[in-house]
Write a protein that binds this ligand. Sequence first.
Ligand SMILES: NC(=O)c1ccc[n+]([C@@H]2O[C@H](COP(=O)([O-])OP(=O)(O)OC[C@H]3O[C@@H](n4cnc5c(N)ncnc54)[C@H](O)[C@@H]3O)[C@@H](O)[C@H]2O)c1
Ligand SMILES: O=C(O)C[C@H](O)C(=O)O
Length: 307
Amino acid sequence: MKISIIGAGFVGATTAQRIWEKNLGDVFLYDIIEDMPQGKALDMMESAPILGIESKIVGTNRFEDCKDSDIFIITSGLARQPGMSRDDLLNRNAEIASNVAENIQRFSQNALVIVVSNPVDVLTYLIAHKTKLPKHRVMGMAGVLDSARFRYFIASELDIAPQAVQAMVLGGHGDEMVPLSRFATVSGVGIEHFLSKEKIEQLIKRTREGGAEIVKLLKKGSAYYAPSASILEMVESIVKDQKRILPCSAWCEGHYGVNGQYIGVPVILGRNGVEKIIELPLTEDELEALQESARHVAANVAKLNLF
Ligand SMILES: NC(=O)c1ccc[n+]([C@@H]2O[C@H](COP(=O)([O-])OP(=O)(O)OC[C@H]3O[C@@H](n4cnc5c(N)ncnc54)[C@H](O)[C@@H]3O)[C@@H](O)[C@H]2O)c1
Ligand SMILES: O=C(O)C[C@H](O)C(=O)O
């Protein structure tokens, strides 16, 4: 497997490290900043004798080195600063994403693409449109991260193992995301058996604001440890064809009443990308919240003037 990461900043480099340390394939780390990806790659490679890693990691400023990659992970672009919303990044990051899409189209016509740069649902649309790749081969990462935050907050509140908690957050990666508390469980038992309604509402609010909470604490830039772990989970499911069910920004054609748009929904993720969208039986309120979130994403896609 050849896995290329575009953008060697906090998310890109941490993702490179996680993927490389799991031996999932050879990693190419690309950035426009001269020598920086090479320096990070060399630093990681120098840990290979200690960690016993056989695959390689290459830093580069030449996009052609990423030619014929099986997977591209797009982390290039600006991260938000305190006081900004993810949507505030739209104009600048759309320019960068357009440039990246042109390069992917030039050098790899058969890749799978995981978009991470924000606003992620909008940029996933942009990259799918510009690369002309089949829509199921292009997806956005956000739902795994938002769900992991929700799961962690529940576990932390109950003082139990985070892995015992299952939960899913759907919708766009923004304030309108849709944490589905009805489907959240502790080892299969609904969270309403452990937590009051008020407490669950507090945890939902904290999940919606999870990205901003980190931005505020870091004071410069945004989260990258949990985001890179989330990307790793998607990449592993693809590389090993595990067909895990994960919430991803996926192309909907009538699913959940959303048509012709990327939005966070549960999918089966395997070697071919998004193999199937799972349609959960949502209540009217949940469905309306998901569609409202989709309308918000659509309004931003319209600003790109793609047609
Ligand atoms: N989807 C999510 O859940 C999620 C989670 C975390 C971060 N993000 C987003 O990921 C992006 C990256 O975050 P970060 O913390 O790594 O930022 P960062 O500033 O640390 O890194 C961004 C990198 O992109 C590079 N870059 C800029 N233009 C480029 C181009 N044309 N080609 C290649 N590289 C280019 C920069 O040189 C920089 O090294 C941000 O947009 C952030 O909002 C999304
Ligand atoms: O919050 C951000 O801007 C980065 C990312 O989308 C996150 O949720 O951590």
